[in-house]
Ligand binder design. Structure first.
Ligand code: NAD
Length: 359
């Protein structure tokens, strides 16, 4: 029995998770033994319990094979003390489960090449995997805070990586490259930041164990530029937490919409959390227009990485492609003048394509 914790969260989270559950229901109706249990997280959990990651939610996640996560956050929570903010719940969950490797594929579906912010000929066929370290770096480094210095406020954070943190994510990077086109580009800012000099040194050391992978290094500012100049030069990009956060959002625009990009966050036991890379999109929440495909593709990643059912992952991905092929578009991926469908119409269509693909 596959146990999945379902943490829908805030904003469009519940709307798009609902569509992924329709897809899961199709597989369940075919006999897949899967058990889902929902739990509050983020702002929804703050409203209920005052804590963005209640103990019961964490316990459910620990006891599950995988977590299907929607999104968290909203402007109404931005005034709360930092510890109670939804984002802090997400960071704690990543840290508590030691989900250190974040896999973010950025693929251009041929049907959507024209929806990219770049020219179709620059992005057609694009297939990058960004691997972002997720539990270290300046997001977690201590000391951090805002203090008074010489009569004025000073904000400070600590960019820090240990050798073992870099080493374990480098292994994930090289192993992923081995399954793809065997090219790994490691991103750093070693010309200015010591912690990223160590990053480069350790990645180079780990490379000795993967002689079949071609390793290159690139400074993060250049990488940001190369991603829009010639994105197809990349196969796997390996980055620290903050650089990966920014570069993967940039890469999302190459694919047409942030609403298309799934992600997986894995620990060394293969347990994983699967979520779209976007946030809770409060500007469109409740309108029924959010794109559910990133969430549905996150479910596909769940089957590939946490329960060893790459066959089901491929079926879901094919169902998404067929749905796009049939011309269905939510507003974020529609070209001017194209007809658009709602969140639930898109989910229904993928579920139907999944059934038909199996018939
Ligand atoms: P966002 O990703 O929520 O939205 C950015 C833009 O993309 C918005 O215009 C939104 O409408 C659009 N968008 C996002 N997902 C979409 C989808 N599926 N379909 C169509 N359009 C979509 O980022 P933001 O506006 O900067 O942040 C909103 C809230 O989300 C904040 O509270 C932020 O902290 C939180 N956030 C959460 C996560 C997460 O849960 N992992 C990640 C990023 C931001």
């Amino acid at each position: 029995m596959i146990r999945i914790a379902v943490l829908a969260g805030d904003g469009i989270g519940p709307e798009i998770v609902n569509e992924a559950l329709k897809v899961l229901d199709v597989l369940r109706s075919e006999g897949l033994e899967v058990q889902t249990e929902a739990a509050p997280v983020g702002g929804a959990a703050v409203d209920l319990t005052g804590d963005p990651l209640p103990e019961a939610t964490l316990a459910l996640c620990r006891a599950s094979h995988a977590i299907l996560f929607g999104a968290i956050g909203g402007p109404q929570y931005d005034v709360l003390p930092r510890e109670q903010r939804p984002e802090r719940g997400l960071l704690r969950l990543r840290k508590q489960l030691d989900l250190f490797a974040n896999l973010r594929p950025a693929q251009v579906f041929p049907q959507l090449a024209a929806a990219s912010a770049l020219k179709a000929e620059v992005v057609a066929g694009l297939d990058i995997l960004i691997i972002r370290e997720l539990t270290g770096d300046i997001y977690f480094g201590e000391p951090r805070g805002i203090r008074i210095d010489h009569g004025e406020r000073v904000g400070f954070n600590t960019m820090i990586y240990s050798e073992s943190e870099i080493r374990r994510v480098a292994h994930v990077g090289f192993q992923s490259a081995m399954r793809r086109n065997r090219r790994l580009c490691s991103i750093d800012k070693m010309n200015v930041l010591e912690s990223t000099q160590l990053w480069r040194d350790v990645v180079t050391e780990v490379h000795a164990e993967y002689p079949d992978v071609a390793l290159s290094h690139m400074l993060v500012d250049n990488a940001a530029m190369q991603l829009v100049r010639n994105p197809r030069q990349f196969d796997v990009m390996l980055t620290g937490n903050i650089f990966g956060d920014i570069l993967s959002d940039e890469a999302s625009m190459l694919t047409g919409s942030i609403g298309m990009l799934p992600s997986a966050s894995l620990n060394s036991a293969g347990q994983g959390m699967y979520e779209p890379i976007h946030g809770s999109a409060p500007d469109i929440a409740g309108k029924g227009i959010a794109n559910p495909l990133a969430q549905i593709l996150s479910l596909a990643m769940l089957f590939r990485h946490s329960v060893d059912r790459a066959d089901l992952a491929a079926r879901i991905e094919t169902a998404v492609e067929r749905t796009l092929e049939a011309g269905l578009r939510t507003a974020d991926i529609a070209l001017p003048g194209e007809a658009v469908v709602s969140t639930s119409q898109m989910g229904d269509a993928v579920a139907r394509a999944l059934v038909q693909g199996h018939a």
